[in-house]
Design a protein around this ligand. Structure first.
Ligand code: FES
Ligand SMILES: [Fe+2]
Length: 329
């Protein structure tokens, strides 16, 4: 079984097609409810290359394209709070409901019509306190996409702790594919393989939903780790022990560059030392994976080989991911 053509991991035209055909119609995690807890809270995020603005307006949390209707400036950077959203370029000012409320000198322009100049609304839906945005207004509901994940992963009683940001010198698909197999675990993750059963007879790979590819790793002590991938680019990790979830996307930042983050949530009664140990463990695995995916990028870039060879059993989830990419493009 062949991999995707390796040129797809360096070609800017392929990335352009991926942005249009994958990311513009997918549900994408953008943050959590704590980021918009108060009226007027707002933060910038990304859904693929679509700039997103998430805003709390009273009881409602909504998402807009983070782009000014005047000459296209990005509106909000980072996060903030306010009664309105003001563009830093010429001070067009929008309400928290997205309507254009004021534009300096507009009264001197005949026929200026603020009504057609509201911010463009995007779909926003929640799973527990996790916020997802989809640029496609006709998308099917988020919970349909998440399928079995909402039953497998309990979010109740968890509290946000920290966001880890990262950048990788690798195409986003290489990062996803690396996440989707544990064939490399015995070789490249000694710590992980000491704590979890990684042999093919114990470690389970399961497409648990149309858009969900899951992995279950029995712990050598008690319980099991769950590692879910939600198409096109979301990781959801649950370790055994006290309540914990980490969730975050792998976003393309260029044909050979990706970036992302992981938001960590823990049960309020989880012990501090346990949390710190788990995070150190997870960051160690992350550092090992970074080295792996950057090596792959350097290899596939060489252009003398057209594609690689997949193992249909041990890399079945990678194969499924590549099928989804192929079908989308
Ligand atoms: S681009 Fe936003 S006010 Fe001019
Ligand atoms: Fe790994």
């Amino acid at each position: 079984m062949q991999t995707l053509p390796w040129s797809w991991y360096t070609d800017p035209d392929v990335l352009r097609r991926e942005q249009e055909r994958i990311f513009r119609s997918a549900w994408q995690y953008v943050g959590h409810g704590g980021m918009v807890a108060e009226d007027g809270d707002q933060f910038a995020a990304e859904a693929g290359d679509v700039p997103v603005l998430v805003v709390r307006d009273g009881e409602a949390v909504g998402a807009f394209l983070n782009v000014c209707r005047h000459r296209g400036s990005q509106l909000v950077e980072g996060s903030g709070n306010g009664k309105s959203i003001q563009c830093p370029y010429h001070a067009w000012t929008y309400g928290l409901d997205g309507r254009l409320r004021a534009a300096p000198r507009a009264d001197r322009e005949a026929g200026f019509d603020a009504d057609g100049l509201s911010l463009v609304e995007l779909r926003l839906e929640q799973w527990g306190s996790l916020l997802f945005v989809n640029p496609d207004v006709d998308a099917s509901p988020l919970l349909e996409t998440l399928g079995p994940v909402t039953e497998l992963v309990p979010l109740d009683g968890l509290e946000f702790r920290v966001r880890d940001d990262y950048e990788l010198g690798a195409n986003w698909k290489i990062a996803c594919e690396n996440y989707l197999e544990c064939y490399h675990c015995p070789v490249a993750h000694k710590g992980f393989s000491a704590a979890f059963e990684v042999s093919p007879d114990s470690y389970r790979l399961e497409p648990t939903g149309e858009h969900v590819l899951s992995q279950f790793a029995p712990s050598k002590e008690d319980g099991e780790g769950q590692f879910h991938f939600v198409w096109p680019n979301l990781r959801i990790n649950v370790y055994p022990g006290p309540g914990n979830v980490s969730v975050g996307p792998m976003l393309p930042a260029g044909p050979e560059w990706s970036r992302g983050y992981l938001d960590y949530f823990f049960a309020t009664d989880a012990e501090e030392t346990w949390i710190e140990e788990l995070m150190a463990f997870d960051r160690q695995v992350g550092a090992e994976d970074r080295a792996l995916v950057e090596r792959v990028q350097r290899g596939v870039r060489s252009a003398l080989i057209e594609h690689g060879r997949l193992l249909p059993e041990s890399e079945q989830l990678v194969a499924r991911f590549q099928e989804l990419v192929r079908a989308a493009l």
